[in-house]
Each structure stands twice: as C-alpha cells, then as structure tokens.
Design a protein around this ligand. Sequence first.
Ligand code: FAD
Length: 490
Amino acid sequence: MFFHIASVLFLALALKVAWPLPSLTQHAACVLLSVQLPGAVHYPGSTKFSDSLASYFTKQEQETQPTCIVEPNSPSQVSRFVHTMSQFVMVGGRFAVRSGGHATFSAAANIQNGLVLSLSLLDQVQVQDDRSVVSLGPGARWGDVWQVLDPLGITVAGGRDAGVGVGGYLLGGGLSYLGPTVGWGCDTVLEFEVVLANGEVVTASENSHPDLFLALKGGTNNFGIVTKFTMQTYPLKSLWGGFIVHRPDAAPKQVEALSDFMGAEPYDPHAAMFQSYAFMSGNKFISNSVTYTKPVTNPKVFKDLVDPTTVIHDALRMGNMGSFANETSQMQSYNTQQTWFTTTFAHTPSIYSTVHSIWEDSIPGIANIPGINWCLTVQPAPALGHKNSLGLDSKEKRLAIIIVTVNYNNSADISTVRAAVEQLIASVEAATKAAGVYRPYKYLNYADGSQDVISGYGPASKANLQATSKKYDPHGLFQRGLPGGFKVFT
Ligand SMILES: Cc1cc2nc3c(=O)[nH]c(=O)nc-3n(C[C@H](O)[C@H](O)[C@H](O)COP(=O)(O)OP(=O)(O)OC[C@H]3O[C@@H](n4cnc5c(N)ncnc54)[C@H](O)[C@@H]3O)c2cc1C
C-alpha cells in the first residue's frame, strides 16, 4: 500500500510540480479519489466547488479553502473515501466532513489545505409505509424534511431553521419544538447507518453495536461518517406560535415572565420557547419565540410572554413546521462573520435578571463594531432522562441553555468580538457559579471551537466516548485525520 501512495504522490508531483510539499499529500489524495470516484471530486475554479463553499452558513467557513471537495452519492462511495483517507493519514492526509455546513466556527466542517467530504447528495427523506419512522440522509436540510412530513401530518424532533443540516444537528444533540415532550433530537434516533474507520458500513441501534449507538448521541464526528439516520415520528398537523418582539422597556417584565415559565409546575410539555436580548443597528430589542405543539391559539402558558401592551412586532399564527422553519431561516444573516458561545445553568428565579443586566452592561464594549448584531438567548433544555452521551443528570429539575450569537461585517473585528463574548460568558458563568446553579455542560451545536464540550459531558461520559473511539477507530483516523469539530481526546 505504501508503494501505491508513493506512486500517487509521484503522479501528483509530475502533474503539478509547483505544489508546496505540505500540500502534496492532499493533492495526491484528491487525484486518487478522482480516479476511484469519477465525477465526485471538485477542484477550485469549478462551479460545484464554488457552490459548495458558498453554501456554508458563515463567512469564516466560506473563506476556508480546501484542496478539493468530494461529493459521494452512496454509502459505498463514502466507504471508498474513508478507506483511501485512512491510507493517506500516515503521510499527513487531512479531511473535514460536512452535512448542512451550519456549524459556525472556522474549520468545524471545512479545512484549509485538506479534503472536504460533503454529504450533500445523501439527502433522502424516506417515510416508512406505516409512517412510524423516517430515514433521513445527513445532507438533507430540515426545510426538505418538513416539506415531506408536513403534508402527512407527522413530524420528528428536528431543526427549527430550514437551512440547518440533519447530520451535524442530530450528532450534537438537537433542540426542537418537541424537546419538552421527547427530549433531544438524538434521543429519538432509532438507528444510525455509519461508515467506520475501516470502511465497513454498519447499523448502530439499541441491539446492534449499542456502545456506538450511545456514542453517536452527542459524540459528533469522532466515530465514523453517518450516512443515514432513522428517526421516530410523531403525529402533528399544526402548531401555534412564532416570533414576537417587545419594546426594550418591557425587559424587566419579560425577564420575569421567562423565569415564571422556567419554574412552572407542572410544566406544560407542549410549550417550547426561547427569549433573546438583541442589540442591532444601535437599538435594543427583546424577543420571544413561542411554540405550542397543539392546535391551540394563544395558550395560557404564554400569556405574559406575548403581552400585547409592549409588542412592536408579532408573527403569532397557526402554522406547520415548514412555515416556522422558514420564518427562522429568513431572520438569519448568511455570509457574515459569526461568533457563538454557550453555557448552561439550572433554573433559579433570581438568575434571569442578573443575566439580562450582564448582557446590557456588555453593550458599550461592542456598540461601535460595524454591522454588529449582539444577541444573548436563553432557552430551556429538553426533557432529560433518555440514554445519550451528553452527560446531563436526569434528576436536574430544569436546565437553561444560553447561547451568545454575534454576527458582524469585518474579519478585522474577530479578535475584539471574541474577547467581548468571552468576557460576557465569563461574567454570566461567575454569576451562575455565585448562585450555585452553574453547570459545566456546553451544548455542542452552540459552542465555539475553543470550548471544552466533551469534558462538559462529565468524566464518565468522556471516558466512555474515548473507549468507544479506541474500539471502533483503533488507529485514530477520526482523531488525527479529521481535526475539525470537537474531539474526544482533547
Ligand atoms: C441559523 C442556525 C439555526 C440553528 N437552529 C438550531 C436549532 O433549532 N436547534 C439546534 O439544536 N441547533 C440549531 N443550530 C445549530 C446546529 O444544530 C449546528 O450548527 C449543527 O452542527 C448544524 O448541522 P449541519 O449538518 O448543518 O452542520 P455541519 O457544519 O455540516 O457539521 C457540523 C459538525 O458535525 C460533523 N458532521 C456533520 N455531518 C456528519 C456526519 N454525517 N457524520 C459525521 N460527522 C458529521 C461535522 O464534521 C462538523 O464537525 C442552528 C444553527 C444555525 C446556524
């Protein structure tokens, strides 16, 4: 095999003598894969290459330049890719894996000077005849899923934004409108079809490779390339809700309404919501996204959160998953610099106003950055108690997840923004620690690449993930060869 790689390296050298040596391995891998998977490898300058790069959500991911992009159309082509890359890893071959490309930080699902495995052609949405389960390709976007499921009156615990990909979302957890009833999106996955490091295609479920099944529920790209997710479906014809925006002076009442919602006993499992504090174009807003997964207009549970006396914009309505996912998607700023960070705390009534004040106090430090949209969102974690790798204690009564999402125009501002977000998160964590409600869990899909997500799962879960990695990937292909995202051995 070494001879084989050496001859490909030689061929690559003969074709492009100007390549710098560190790039040679990546070029050689691209050349070999072009031969093995005709038509599936795209190079800089081609339309498919540019379209694929342009379809990443953030500017920093769009600006990362891989050597080539490989787009397989079947699990066996993914297997071929993995097999080939496993041979190039020993000579420095590196790759990234992407589904919907919505991870925000640089090189999460892209790679400078390496190969991208794009799963965009594996985008099937197949409903089983009795409609009880659906099989999803990782490259499908949630908008595609809702287009198929909405007319059938069924749903899954999937993304609230039409553009987000199935793959990354389900492998990191998955916050959905069904969360209070069914848990994380990954909790409702019945089977994963996975290409392992040795190229074998296996099905992981409760009965087949149960350790791998557990690891994939939160363990992201550490164990293999998932080529199919089989998910439990639930009946749902329509839901009520939407975004509403309040005047900034409504903040004290709205923050109290959030605290009341979080502390409600009993908790209404059909009610999902998140509250955001945003500074944009010099203005402050407070907004709520509320959703009720039953066809009930203005359910009592949201009474204070939708208080009409302070509303300045209201999109409340009866709709389906597709309409809500499109609404969220239309509010996003594609192709901008994005910096996201996250933290978690346990509910206690006094903490919400402290968090809001910390956010208010942070504004002067960033107010002059061009195009800045400075936003902090608080939302309840889904129902706990299902088997997954997230390490959350099922005895926790109610957890809240904070996400700070910042977008802005210029890459020159990255370090200023990062420092300000890190300071904001540090202040929030100091406050939650002081109140005794800090939790080390960091939601993978909201985290920055610098945050230690896997340690946040706790030592037992981390040790399990590491043992599972060693078992299924003994030579560390998905540790060394696939550096992007969150690794279990850091
Ligand atoms: C506008 C917006 C809205 C969002 N809304 C929600 C929401 O409602 N709920 C929520 O929970 N999260 C939400 N998120 C976060 C989202 O879940 C993550 O960004 C997620 O990673 C996106 O999935 P993707 O397939 O698009 O990611 P990608 O960027 O393609 O991949 C993310 C990571 O997963 C790995 N990966 C992807 N596919 C595979 C695979 N098949 N096999 C192995 N590894 C793989 C990649 O290597 C990468 O490290 C949102 C994000 C954005 C930008």
